[in-house]
Design a protein around this ligand. Structure first.
Ligand SMILES: NC(=O)C1=CN([C@@H]2O[C@H](COP(=O)(O)OP(=O)(O)OC[C@H]3O[C@@H](n4cnc5c(N)ncnc54)[C@H](OP(=O)(O)O)[C@@H]3O)[C@@H](O)[C@H]2O)C=CC1
Ligand SMILES: CC(=O)N[C@@H](CCC(=O)OP(=O)(O)O)C(=O)O
Length: 343
């Protein structure tokens, strides 16, 4: 275990470092007091390139060369690092994670490859199979609700929309009507789709619009976490980063406003990266921060919950670092409070 009185460093690597969540991880880990970034990898399609060539805003602030990943580096990597953060497409994570685990490296995976426990549901959602023997034992990482022993080989970091929806719903699920199906409407900035070129996320094409209605892969993930069916409708908005989610549900007849208040306070009072908001949170409030802002109102037995997060930080990179902090016995917010974002 690493503690602040025992300032040991933990060598780590980032995969997918040229992508949006990967470069955010690199930036967080470079400034972290306990993690030491030994390698940052791109795909094998690239040649070695400085991080500042791909992200000029880092020029003069980060002197780091991103290396193309080749599987012949595996054994050496196993001797060099203790932890790997994977910011890769789902199928690439599914392939690389077991190889890293085999080398004794603990993996924090930001993709959807290991989030759904049920193999049939995973296949129906993602369209590929996983080579991992026991997907049921992989911890699902929403940091405020995940207990890690520090011995798990793999942690499946939650998705961006599921983090927003889960943080809003999880504290009050026991207070809902048994037959209530919560409705989640959420708007994401375009960085949610990653850096690769894509017509639908090109600046001139984006106009606030719902997508994936009834088919989005985050519906089963949210449902698995809150342990009930949900309706989820994501929207793409014409802004760069952030998710603003609005959740509607019906409270049980015997649930009071005080019960709701107590449930949220019990869940979040001692959580430094959750802010109970006094007004509906805006994208600007969480932009480039590791916080989730949570707000609710009850009218009769209707509850509306609003949650805002930065998709690249609390929805991905800073949540992965939070989980890694917890894994190594550090305070959850270590190295995160001053995070500023790259993209
Ligand atoms: N964007 C977001 O808001 C969130 C994303 N996620 C998840 O995080 C992961 C990364 O997303 P994001 O950063 O947006 O994606 P990007 O498209 O921005 O980046 C993908 C990265 O993966 C690398 N890569 C692609 N294929 C391979 C491969 N076969 N082997 C090694 N490296 C490879 C790319 O390298 P190269 O540049 O060389 O092609 C690039 O560095 C995804 O699984 C995504 O679902 C999770 C939460 C939020
Ligand atoms: C705007 C946009 O396209 N968002 C992505 C979700 C972000 C993401 O990469 O999903 P994970 O959090 O599951 O990894 C999508 O709808 O697929």
């Amino acid at each position: 275990m690493v503690t602040s009185s025992n300032p040991q460093t933990i060598p780590c690597a980032v995969f997918g470092a040229s992508g949006y969540t990967g470069i955010e991880l690199v930036w967080l880990l470079q400034q972290h007091p306990h993690f030491h970034l030994v390698h940052a990898f791109t795909s094998s399609a690239r040649t070695a390139e400085s991080a500042a060539t791909l992200y000029p805003q880092l020029q003069g602030r980060l002197d780091l060369v991103l290396q193309p990943w080749h599987s012949d580096l595996l054994v050496t990597l196993g001797q060099q690092v203790r932890v790997a953060f994977l910011a890769l497409p789902h199928e690439a994570s599914a392939e690389i994670a077991p190889q890293l685990i085999e080398q004794g490296i603990t993996v924090f995976d930001l993709s959807g490859a290991f989030r759904l426990r049920d193999e049939t549901l995973h296949q129906a959602t993602y369209g590929f199979t996983r080579e991992l023997a026991d997907t049921h034992s992989v911890p699902y990482g929403i940091a405020e609700f995940t207990q890690l022993k520090g011995t798990e080989p793999l942690v499946a970091v939650a998705g961006c929309y599921p983090t927003a929806a889960g943080l809003g719903l999880k504290p009050i699920t026991k207070l809902l009507r048994k037959d209530c199906t919560p409705f989640i409407s959420a708007v994401s900035g375009v960085s949610g789709a990653g850096r690769k070129a894509n017509l639908t996320t090109q600046f001139a094409e984006v106009s606030l619009q719902a997508y994936g209605v009834t088919t989005h892969r985050h519906q089963p993930e949210i449902s698995q976490f809150v342990e009930r069916d949900v309706v989820f409708v994501p929207h793409l908005g014409n802004f760069k980063r952030g998710i603003v989610a609005t959740i509607y549900a019906q409270l049980a007849d015997d649930a009071s406003i005080q019960d709701v208040e107590s449930a949220f306070l019990a869940a979040y009072d001692s959580q430094p990266l959750i802010r109970i908001a006094k007004q509906p949170p805006a994208q600007a409030h969480i932009d480039r921060t590791p916080f989730a802002d949570v707000y609710w109102q009850v009218q009769n037995h209707h509850i509306v919950i609003c949650v805002a997060i930065d998709n690249l930080l609390k929805g991905a990179a800073s949540q992965a670092v939070q989980l890694a902090n917890q894994y190594f016995g550090l305070c959850t917010e270590t190295g995160l409070m001053q995070s500023s974002g790259v993209v």
